[in-house]
Design a protein around this ligand. Structure first.
Ligand SMILES: [Zn+2]
Length: 396
């Protein structure tokens, strides 16, 4: 798949990997009480991480008062407490403009706090109270098991590489945390590790297909210290491999043929896109009331028949309503389809939607927000194909 330029309205802050794990994992979602939710990584890590406070937060007198509810910090505030809040926001990938962590709570900081609150299911007040501070500390807490700022490995890992035991172990552990690897964490490089690594590598490069390392004799897939795939392994917003949810706000999952898995990036996209669609559905009671998502990827990603770009959990299909219809069918609802297309294209994570309705293609071309992003493609008369691209790395 071609990633190309990111569409207009691309918002990195909408893209943090925090909306909790999917239902069934036992991890609190964003709607939980302040402080709930897991850092990117496995649910199992949450309890361990709970023991470790963010050092700057623990040491700051102002933040101690915020934590007890004696005060809050808001626009116009200055000082070391503001610096700590800004550092946490920067660590989480929020944009504070050119000034960075300057200790002055300005408009950019207010906006970042409100975005953070929204992503955590809190009221977007734009100021930091005890609840927001708790959520911020939880989200930005260092992972006690490894240092996100340093390479996980000292030498390359891959077929024919040094594969030092500690390095392979670190890679196995992270791939396991992220859901790509189910084997033992024993420091031994195996085909199973290679397969997991190939899938992860394709995901973080935004490719719909696993290309490198596919054949056993292909040694091109190696993980080097400091390269992007290695940085993604320790990134705060690294893509987890997950079961796609069966339903959620504004969408339902029609998949019945074992393509029910994908990345957390794709899941979060669907969860966000469902909300604007519900607004359309509410205003149009005769329209299909939910986006009907279909094929994502197989249980362990990789090969799948007739679905070349469905190998890496970055793409999924959307049916045109409930039945098997095309854009030429009598029961085709063009406006509802357009609403669902816009719900996806308006999300910063989606690069393109493939679909062949000539009328909607014309409509998209006439709108600078969508021009070039709704694309005709063979075989896409009866469904939309949605492509998600990786967010910027939140490394620390
Ligand atoms: Zn497709």
């Amino acid at each position: 798949m071609s990633v190309g330029g990111l569409g207009p309205g691309y918002r990195p802050e909408a893209w943090l990997g925090f909306p909790g794990a999917p239902a069934g994992r036992g991890v609190a979602g964003p709607g939980g009480a302040g402080g709930a939710g897991a850092p990117a990584g496995s649910g199992a890590a949450t309890a361990e991480a709970g023991a470790r406070r963010r050092p700057g937060f623990a040491a700051d007198a102002t933040l101690a008062r915020v934590a007890t509810g004696e005060q809050s910090i808001e626009r116009g505030a200055r000082g070391s407490g503001v610096v700590e809040v800004q550092r946490a926001l920067l660590d989480l990938g929020y944009d504070l403009g050119g000034a960075g962590a300057d200790g002055m709570f300005g408009l950019a900081c207010q906006t970042a706090v409100a975005d953070f609150q929204r992503r955590r299911g809190l009221a977007p007040s734009g100021y930091v109270d005890a609840t927001t501070l708790g959520a911020l500390e939880t989200a930005a807490r260092p992972d006690p098991r490894f240092d996100r700022a340093r390479p996980l490995i000292g030498a390359s890992v891959g077929p024919g590489q040094p594969n030092r035991t500690a390095d392979v172990k670190a890679v196995q552990e992270r791939l396991k945390d992220l859901g790509y690897y189910q084997g033992p964490v024993n420091g031994r490089f195996s085909n199973n590790v290679a397969r997991s690594l190939n899938l992860f590598d394709a995901v973080v490069r935004g490719e719909g297909q696993v290309t490198r390392g596919k054949a056993a004799w292909d040694t091109s897939m190696k993980l080097d210290p400091g390269e992007d795939a290695e940085r993604w392994l320790r990134a705060r917003n690294g893509p987890r491999w997950e079961a796609m949810p069966r339903r959620g706000t504004g969408f339902v999952n029609d998949d019945r043929d074992a393509h029910g898995y994908g990345t957390s990036w794709l899941r979060e996209t669907v969860e966000r896109a469902g909300s604007p669609y519900t607004a359309y559905a509410a205003a149009n009671p005769r329209a299909v009331q939910e986006i009907h998502i279909n094929d994502a990827s197989r249980r362990h990603g990789g090969d799948t028949i007739d679905h070349d770009t469905h190998e890496t959990g970055l793409n999924l299909d959307v049916r045109l309503g409930r039945g098997n219809i095309t854009h030429r069918s009598r029961s085709y609802d063009r406006e509802a389809t357009w609403a669902s297309i816009r719900s996806f294209l308006d999300d910063g994570s989606v690069s393109r939607v493939l679909f062949n309705d000539p009328e909607l293609l014309r409509r998209a071309e006439a709108d600078p927000r969508y021009a070039g992003r709704l694309v005709a493609c063979d075989g896409h008369d009866d469904h939309l194909h949605v492509e998600v691209v990786p967010p910027p790395i939140a490394e620390r």
